[in-house]
Design a protein around this ligand. Sequence first.
Ligand SMILES: [Zn+2]
Length: 308
Amino acid sequence: MTRTTIRSISLILASVLALFLFSCAKTEDAPASTGGNVEWTPITDTEKAPETSPATEGESVPESVPESVPESVPESADSSPSAPAANADAPLPEGDVAPLALMYHLVLDEPYSALEDLFVRPSELRGHIEALLEKGYTFIFADEYGSYDRKTVIMSFDDGYVDNYTEVFPIIKEFNVKITVFMISNYVGCPEYMTEDMLKEMAASGLVSIQSHTATHPDLTTRSEEALRTEFETSNAAIESITGRKVRALCYPAGAYNELVTTVAANYYDFAYTTESKTSTAGYPLLSLPRLRIHRGFSKEDFLAVIP
Ligand SMILES: [Zn+2]
């Protein structure tokens, strides 16, 4: 090889590396995982009150009925809404129950950051699933929100950490229950986050729905309308190209939203989830649905004591 060839190859390699590093670079809201000496910290979706009162429902109320339940979903894990999706202004029909939504992040025995609270132990997750099954809950996806004639639960995992594949996926397959992953689309394949192949496999199983947690995990309340559109469009397109399924649900980074955010989000999503911690979503607008925050150390007994 000539020197010029070697120089050209080096340049190409350097460019590819730069592109990779750039694409995995975190924004100011998302501490970087690192190759360097900086200790990595998972993104925190700390609770944050909305800047304005939650937006009222408008044209964004979906007609209901999930578009497609994956064909491969085993019958026991399947579930269909019994009525149109809940509307904040209209109480649920008598006998119907609003879903319980749960918020998880990481599931690992050994926390690798100071934010230990976010690391639920695999044994604890098993206990939670057992508790939910014992209480008669049916597991539904975040985009299957609606009023049901039985107890339903939306078990969701934020950010898209790799343990969702290595730890959570085997457990939910064992119990045959459904979960939703709110993926930060620009972090697919980045260190500590799931790869495209992992997401494909999970989505294809019929037990995992991949929904949006935006493209770059910014504080949406500081963004312009155009920037919000870009976040939602980029994220949806990336996830849909991986799973082959339409993205219909959003999870606000750090639970932060305001009226502009919900107004723009209504053009892209039927449902949006916050970090407000509640044991029921009853009475909440479809674009600001609360989720019970699950902590490390939360046992099956604790869980049984808290959930309805
Ligand atoms: Zn997050």
